[in-house]
Design a protein around this ligand. Structure first.
Ligand SMILES: NC(=O)c1ccc[n+]([C@@H]2O[C@H](COP(=O)([O-])OP(=O)(O)OC[C@H]3O[C@@H](n4cnc5c(N)ncnc54)[C@H](OP(=O)(O)O)[C@@H]3O)[C@@H](O)[C@H]2O)c1
Length: 244
């Protein structure tokens, strides 16, 4: 497949290296242009391109940038994509430590609903609920007893299927959380966020959350705020807390 990645941070570089290894033709872009990506290109084997090129003539596009920067992406690039090109959204909203409060997002409180509104297209939410540290080392072949699962939400069945394939290829079991309106279940602060859980445990926890966002929202947001406070002072302690 031809895969375009927007964002060359910890996540973007991971995707670039892995998908090149898996035999895909990978292009990677950032906000500063291809000249700033020569080291990333040589480390990963991906082609350094502009954001425009990362969205042109691709089979899949991955958007992996800070949530607050999503509105900076040129909307027309997404508006003109063929309908069968899935756009993967790995972004998470961190209002207290990176993104600032985004009032429009706060209205629904569902991160990827807001991303969809910003880009004017449907997205697949996946790869948001595992840390860069874990995704780099926890991929395992199918059937391995230590294989963990990753949550996937999307309104489009075809796009979700493509995302499932990518998750499996990287060594994880996909778990279908539901639609983008239900993607709050995999947002920061939820009980499956960055916990490196196996499929059965994710299933159990998602079921336990129920379907009522308004009933869960305060608890999930309170947990996310506590996590953000810990991240600022001690990231290692935050990572450890995810295992408790
Ligand atoms: N790190 C994790 O553990 C992790 C795990 C799961 C999900 N996530 C989420 O995934 C997203 C990416 O995370 P990350 O840790 O990889 O981020 P990061 O290390 O901070 O890197 C951000 C990347 O986004 C690029 N970028 C910013 N604005 C852009 C724009 N307008 N156009 C094109 N590129 C732009 C930056 O390019 P420049 O440097 O040129 O500005 C940079 O390459 C975030 O939303 C994050 O919350 C992160």
């Amino acid at each position: 497949m031809k895969i375009g990645i927007i964002g060359s941070g910890a996540m973007g570089r991971y995707f670039a290296a892995q998908f090149v290894k898996l035999g895909h033709a990978v292009s990677i872009a950032n906000s500063r242009g291809p000249a700033s990506l020569q080291q990333v290109a040589s480390d990963t084997g991906a082609e350094a391109v502009t954001v425009e090129e990362a969205t042109r003539d691709k089979n899949v596009i991955i958007v992996s940038i800070p949530q607050k920067n999503v509105p900076d992406l040129p909307k027309h690039l997404f508006a003109h994509l063929p309908k069968d090109v899935p756009v993967i959204d790995t972004c998470n909203y961190y209002p207290d430590i990176r993104d600032g409060v985004i009032p429009e997002l706060e209205r629904s409180g569902i991160d990827s609903l807001w991303v969809q509104q910003q880009l004017g297209i449907s997205v697949v939410k996946v790869f948001n609920s595992i840390t860069a540290e874990s995704i780099a080392v926890l991929g395992r072949p199918k059937g391995d007893k230590d294989r963990i699962a990753l949550a996937v939400s999307c309104d489009d069945a075809g796009a979700k299927e493509v995302a499932f394939g990518l998750v499996i290829a990287l060594g994880f079991d996909p778990f279908n959380v539901g639609t983008i309106a239900q993607s709050w279940k995999q947002q920061p602060g939820s009980s499956i966020y960055c916990r490196d859980l196996k499929l059965e445990e994710i299933k159990k926890r998602v079921l336990a959350m129920g379907d009522d966002w308004s009933a869960q929202r305060d608890a999930i947001r309170t947990k996310h705020s506590a996590d953000m406070a810990l991240i600022i002072v001690d990231y290692a302690a935050y990572l450890k807390s995810l295992r408790d």
